[in-house]
Design a protein around this ligand. Structure first.
Ligand SMILES: [Mg+2]
Length: 403
């Protein structure tokens, strides 16, 4: 028994907003969990401090499964991004504590390393194909084995995935949402030439990925997947929204380009049909939005039965705490595919000192007990929360569309 005596929520904005839960036990051991839900951060902060913290005080920090079930079943209102992100933060912090008490890195508690490191993919982007290829060559030289290519679309003033800065991409950048323009026709014409140029410049030994960001209908996605087959993509991501899991059957009937989806999923029930019907190849659910290590392991175990591998979301809205948890998870499961990795700014890295590292395109969580990451509260207190929304998207005739 190791009683929880304190739990509190820390909101900070070292370059972007992060919500962190810090749990402490009677033995003075503390653990941290990420609770960041991009653009809706304070909803989770309130859910935790108003509704979850009172339930944690006095509970045994070592009973991770029991506490997870208590929060899931006990809330009555199951699933959903706010609830599952809050549960994820508790779960991560408890695994962190257990590791520290055991004197072992969390991946050792999850069964030990199943590989040398977690392959990550970098984000090459530019307003033109030439700029994108130049950025991709830079990633290749740095040793990345997998690179996502996103390029501006001729005729559209801005596009998802194309940043103003070479190395940092932060779409949640405005006090009120910016409005972008979208044209499916222009986009569909622009992608095959990008990958033709990509293969020509980068060769065939590097994995290439692309994110559609939920912007096509299933039949349009089928056509894009077919058009991209000659370039052998590692995956085509979020080809169509997945509220209707059945939609992926139509895409699957038309293309052998591997499909990835799931960064907005919060539960195994959001992807159960996709996995069991083998409609996808990679599941992108993340440790922070899908209930923590405890629940993500369940998703991965189901996926493994159907040869579906993981490819967890890992944009900058995941704090270094989530990044660390994702690496312990990815290192230990049999069906790891790839981990998304986007650099955090120097300010973020300073607020969250961590032990994970990147060598030759592979990331490792390090050997420190627990998650190997912490929050510098003094430094964090210097960065006040600053409201920041993701953009919205409209078609050229003004219709609100998927961002
Ligand atoms: Mg994505």
């Amino acid at each position: 028994m190791s009683k929880i005596v304190d739990a509190r929520v820390i909101v900070t904005c070292p370059g972007r907003n992060f919500v962190t839960l810090r749990i402490e036990t009677e033995d003075g051991v503390h653990g941290v969990g990420d609770a960041t839900l991009n653009g809706r951060e304070l909803a989770v902060a309130s859910y935790l401090s108003d509704h979850v913290v009172p339930l944690l005080i006095g509970r045994d920090a070592h009973r991770i499964e029991d506490i997870w079930q208590y929060l899931y079943r006990g809330a009555y209102w199951r699933r959903g991004p706010v609830t599952m992100t809050a549960s994820a933060a508790v779960d991560m912090a408890l695994w962190d504590i257990k590791g520290k008490v055991a004197g072992l890195p969390v991946y050792q508690l999850l069964g030990g390393a199943a590989r040398e490191g977690c392959m990550v993919y970098g984000h090459a982007n530019g307003t033109t194909i030439e700029e994108t290829i130049e950025a991709a060559l830079d990633y290749q030289q740095q040793g990345y084995r997998a690179i996502r290519l996103q390029s501006g679309v001729p005729g559209l003033p801005s596009t998802y995935g194309v940043s103003k800065d070479r190395y940092f991409y932060e779409p949640a950048d405005a006090d009120l949402p910016t409005e972008n323009l979208w044209s499916t026709e222009k986009y569909l014409r622009s992608v095959p030439p990008l990958f033709e140029a990509g293969r020509e410049a980068l060769g065939w030994d590097v994995h290439l990925l692309h994110d559609v960001h939920h912007r096509l209908t299933p039949i349009e996605a089928g056509r894009l997947g077919k058009d991209l087959e000659p370039y052998r993509l590692f995956w085509l991501e979020d080809a169509t929204p997945a509220e209707n899991q059945e939609a992926f059957r139509l895409i699957r009937q038309h293309t052998t380009t591997p499909l990835a989806v799931g960064e907005i999923f919060s539960s195994v029930h959001d992807c159960r049909e996709l996995i069991q019907n083998q409609l996808i190849d990679y599941i992108r659910a993340t440790v922070v939005h899908a209930g923590g290590i405890t629940h993500l392991r369940r998703i991965a175990a189901l996926a493994d039965l159907y040869q579906v591998r993981t490819g967890c979301h890992g944009a900058t809205d995941l704090s270094p705490v989530s990044m660390a948890a994702a690496l312990h998870f990815g290192l230990s499961i049999p069906n790891f595919g790839v981990q998304e990795y986007m650099r955090h700014t120097a300010e973020t890295d300073a607020v969250f000192p961590h032990h994970y590292s990147l060598t030759d395109g592979l990331m490792h969580p390090g050997h420190a007990p627990g998650l190997g990451v912490d929050i510098d509260e003094k430094l964090a207190a210097g960065y006040e929360y600053s409201r920041a929304y993701l953009p919205v998207n409209r078609l050229e005739d003004g219709t609100l569309y998927n961002w």
